[in-house]
Design a protein around this ligand. Sequence first.
Ligand code: ZN
Length: 209
Amino acid sequence: MNIVLLGAPGAGKGTQAAKLVEEFNTPHISTGDMLRAAVAAGTELGLKAKSYMDAGDLVPDDVIIGLVTERLQEPDTANGFILDGFPRTSPQAVALDAELSKLGRPLDAALLIDVDPEVIVNRLTSRRMCRACGYIGTEADGPTCPKCGGEMYQRDDDNEATVRNRLDVYEKSTSPLIDYYRGCELLVTIDGDRDPNVVYADVKEALNL
Ligand SMILES: [Zn+2]
């Protein structure tokens, strides 16, 4: 399974990726994590990326594509990969396709975990976390953590204005990408507004797993 994972922040993308990793042992390749790892390991591309990051600039597409290509040469990706956080735009998707076809490992699907933005706003703004143990719950848990009795609080970026802004940014940058994958007949859309296990069953069915 060679897949790109798409979905708004709060759509449950991470949960679905974790389930795929657990069941199929497919590496979950998050470009954010990979950049940090390459920088820490001091690889040539890592050093290049670091020079942009240190200057406060975005790491250019060719550097990220280089990292992804490098990562895909590692043996653990032989049976597939789940790419998360890249591509973010359609030009990046085109570049990624070119690299993957050079490697002879084209994408099988772009999997979109689709959730109505209003549902996500509700999900995220009702999220509460425990200061003591990190438990993630909801408003319904009340002021104390059901696990450890610690204080429950709301993360700053889970307030409504911030959540709406994050969703707007996602929508603007990702809609052309979704159109691109639809055009390539690679887009698989799963209704993410259901129990995570039900969503997962659909994901597997859609990917013929
Ligand atoms: Zn707690």
